[in-house]
Design a protein around this ligand. Structure first.
Ligand code: GLC
Length: 564
């Protein structure tokens, strides 16, 4: 294949992450080395070769810090310790070394909006011990009357009453995750110290969890009961968020070579664009969620009646805005909080391979730094849950309880349907390595059930098949590394109204790539609105790539890349 190879001149002054493909690991579900049914750090070390073979440049590791595990590590009880389930600090150091040996960087998850209630700071705070008494957001008052009507993102009130301190504390997530009081300079200093500590140990970047929620308004205004959850507009994008991020940047995050990406739920494309454009807040990238929420309006995210239907023109509209308005986007199609991408955006049965490879083509030909979620590179899809008892996720359980209390869902069938559409556990079923027992994830008994189709969809089978989803990911990651237009080229949407074809051009000086995706289960003919004379077929997800795009009828979920 004849593609432009980036010269060293092109890459002068580049930050490493602009050319990187990042792979997210959810450690609990990746690989279990010691048979306790839970993935661990040594299990990741055993599979660093797999990451290298895939060609990724960095790993974002979901939390491995000490934690009571109510929210699988997103509830930290000691920021400087590794949870026993995952191993110990020496295992983490070994992982960094193995990754760095293969030129793979490590991005840690920074959960700094809240801690676990088992964190020593909270224990001291609830005992009223100085200076910790003001580390969290406390309000005195009637134990029967929460300070305001805010609701938690995980269901139920955002306030819990603590009998020991005889006061209410705020938790925008689970009651076991009290929000830190960022107005307190001591809290901000502690967090900056934690970041420096991990940085000095060799961490290359950070994903800032729930970044949009860390600044709360001065008073505690009532939230509009029509938003879901009530109050979120007040506890997102608070007035001092920029100042806090700026301070962290000055203290630690701004250090050369450190990558930061902020998770920002409840954030518009305009807001994401502003955060990324800001010179002072230190954020290189923002995860903006409009595209993955496409089946839902924000109000009906947890409405079991809401349809999962979405339309391609709407998706094009959202992604085109992200691609063209955000200075440096962070494209992703899945993560540990979302149902599987191939189930949402593709056809995980009849066109499983085709739609999973179409999604790979899409993700890896967008502008920005793409994030690949664990399991997506072999086309892992949603599980089929039968009972709530099979669910581990605190959010799914909290939401089901709230909906049941409100009388919105009732029967076993309604619960089953809600869980199967929305549960975060779809993304958390164990990684499928082989067709052996428990998909080769563990010798013990897995903490969450393994997806039924593991005998067919697994790494071992994918490695042996030159047309597998995995083979396609590898090829596309290589292509992205070789062909600068895929990283830096401008993005231009073609045929915005077409309901089957998603086509776009990427252009960088003299170089143009054309990507044609038939995002449907029916054939679709591409009538090119732009000249395609002399187009070279670069690659596609069917064995024979149509040699010319114009006038070609693309097959179901066919994806092809041309050089113009
Ligand atoms: C983020 C994480 C999610 C977690 C929540 C609370 O949204 O991605 O998994 O439950 O924050 O920390």
């Amino acid at each position: 294949m004849d593609t432009h190879v980036e010269t060293s001149e092109d890459s002068l002054d580049r930050e490493w992450w602009t050319e990187a493909v990042v792979y997210q690991i959810y450690p609990r579900s990746f690989n279990d080395s010691d048979g306790d049914g839970v993935g661990d750090l040594s299990g990741i070390v055993e599979n660093v070769a797999y990451l290298d073979e895939l060609g990724v440049d960095a790993v974002w590791l979901s939390p491995v810090y000490e934690s009571p595990g109510e929210d699988n590590g997103y509830d930290i009880s000691d920021y400087r310790a590794i949870d026993d389930q995952y191993g110990e600090l020496a295992d983490w150091e070994r992982l960094v070394e193995c990754l760095h040996d293969r030129d793979i960087r490590l991005i840690m998850d920074l959960v700094i909006n809240h801690t676990a209630d088992e964190h020593a700071w909270f224990q001291r705070s609830r005992a009223g011990e100085e200076p910790y008494d003001d580390y969290y957001i406390w309000r005195e008052g009637d134990p029967a009357e929460p300070p305001n009507n805010w609701e938690s993102i995980f269901g139920g009130p955002a306030w819990s009453y603590d009998d020991q301190r005889e006061a209410w504390y705020l938790h925008v997530f689970d009651e076991s995750q009290p929000d830190l009081n960022w107005r307190n300079p001591d809290v901000r200093r502690e967090i900056a110290d934690v970041i420096s500590w991990w940085r000095e140990k060799g961490t290359d970047g950070f994903r800032i969890d729930a970044a949009s929620h860390i600044s709360k308004p001065e008073g505690l205004p009532d939230g509009d009961p029509d938003t879901d959850p009530t109050g979120i507009a007040h506890y997102s994008h608070g007035p001092t968020l920029d100042a806090y991020l700026e301070e962290l940047t000055e203290r630690t995050l701004g250090e050369a070579g450190v990558m930061t990406v902020a998770e920002m739920g409840h954030t518009t494309v305009e807001q994401a664009a502003e955060y990324v454009a800001s010179e002072s807040n230190g954020l290189e990238m923002v995860f903006q969620f409009d595209h993955v929420g496409i089946g839902d309006s924000p109000e009906d995210l947890f409405d079991p009646e809401a349809s999962d239907e979405w339309d391609l023109t709407a998706l094009k509209d959202i992604v085109t805005r992200q691609q063209t308005e955000i200075a440096w986007p962070a494209p992703f199609l899945g993560n540990h909080d979302l149902p599987r991408a191939v189930s949402l955006f593709g056809d995980d049965e009849r066109y499983h391979r085709e739609s999973a490879t179409l999604l790979a083509t899409f993700l890896l030909t967008l502008r920005g730094t793409p994030f690949v979620y664990q399991g997506d590179a072999i086309g892992m899809h949603n599980a089929e849950f039968q009972h709530l008892a099979e669910i581990d996720d605190v959010m799914t359980i909290g939401r089901v309880e709230s909906l049941q209390e409100a009388g919105v869902i009732d029967s076993h069938e309604e619960v089953r349907q809600f869980v199967n559409e929305r549960s975060r556990d779809h993304a958390r079923t164990p990684m499928q390595w082989t067709d052996g027992k428990h998909a080769g994830f563990t010798d013990g008994s897995p903490w969450l059930k393994v997806n039924e189709r593991y005998t067919e969809i697994n790494v071992e089978a994918a490695r042996a098949d030159t047309h597998s989803v995995l083979a396609h990911y590898r090829e596309l990651i290589d292509l992205r590394h070789e062909w600068a237009v895929l990283v830096d080229g401008d993005y231009e949407l073609l045929l915005p109204e077409d309901e089957q074809l998603y086509a776009y051009r990427r252009t960088l000086s003299e170089e143009t790539a054309l990507i044609v995706l038939n995002w449907s289960a029916e054939p679709a003919t591409f009538e090119s609105p732009v000249p395609t004379d002399g187009a070279d077929a670069v690659t596609g997800n069917y064995t024979d790539v149509p040699s010319t795009p114009d006038g070609t009828t693309f097959r179901p979920y066919e994806a092809a890349i041309y050089r113009l």
